[in-house]
Ligand binder design. Structure first.
Ligand SMILES: [Zn+2]
Length: 255
């Protein structure tokens, strides 16, 4: 099984789908990472661990570390520059040239020949424009392939009692719910690689808890997937779904 994980920023691979990727690798899958940007415009840590101009280089190293922690695999970048976070935490997409992005994603699919692509959900999780751009470009790239199109799955799909509703894609009812508690050592190690983002990872949960939480304490032990393409109306019965279900770590979510 050959998987392409396609996402916008270093840390999305861990915080949105890290348990899933680690589990797939443990089950024998090969994972190739495709990250659109190097996270240049994000936070630098509290206190900052580098200058803003250095952040892309720092986060590249952090992502390399996280990919190894999740079980390894090839890491590719599309090379877009992540725009700075604006006034009032305003977030921006990383390109206006959608057709070029779709072409680049499709080129990567032709090179990597994945059985399945896993990417952001149709709400961009919490509506992040860069996540939305990845979702839409993956959808267009796969839908536009006349032959040998991979499966397209999206992360953080919706299900009752989602452990972090802010991350849930409300328009994507889950097909598969994954218990990734046994992958938490790998997922936490990967999250700890993203040193520039530690303050961000724990901020909301710490405010809610009324005490300073650690990065491992905020890791989610449940993840979820929706099969986006080809569209289905019954539980998925493809190679990826069968691999996950046979592992005993996944269950079908029937709406
Ligand atoms: Zn992101």
């Amino acid at each position: 099984m050959n998987i392409l994980a396609y996402y916008a920023h270093p840390d999305d691979e861990t915080m949105l789908m890290g348990g899933t990727l680690a589990l797939l690798i443990e089950l024998g899958a090969r994972v190739t990472h495709l990250c659109a940007t190097r996270g240049e415009g994000g936070e630098r840590g509290d206190p900052p661990i580098c200058r803003q101009a250095e952040l892309g280089r720092v986060r590249t190293s952090e992502l390399e570390c996280a990919v190894r922690a999740l079980g390894g695999g090839e890491l590719r970048f599309l090379g877009y520059i992540d725009p700075l976070v604006g006034e009032g935490e305003a977030l921006y997409p990383f390109t206006q040239d959608f057709e070029r992005l779709v072409t680049e994603v499709r080129q990567t699919i032709h090179q990597v020949k994945p059985d399945a692509v896993i990417t952001h959900g149709s709400n961009g999780e919490y509506g992040h424009p860069a996540h939305l751009l990845c979702h839409r470009s993956a959808l267009a790239a796969v839908a536009g392939m006349p032959t040998a199109a991979p499966l397209l799955y999206t992360c953080q799909a919706a299900f009752p009692d989602h452990p972090k509703p802010r991350l849930q894609n409300d328009d994507d009812p889950a097909h598969l719910i994954l218990d990734v508690t046994s992958m938490l050592p790998q997922k936490s190690a990967a999250a700890l690689c993203h040193r520039s983002q530690h303050a961000l990872f724990v901020r909301r949960a710490s405010e809610a808890a009324g005490r300073a939480l650690t990065v491992p304490e905020v890791m989610l032990g449940t993840e979820s997937l929706r099969r986006r393409l080809p569209e289905i109306t019954s539980p998925p019965d493809d190679a990826l779904a069968r691999l996950l279900l046979a592992s005993g770590h996944a269950r079908v979510n029937l709406p």
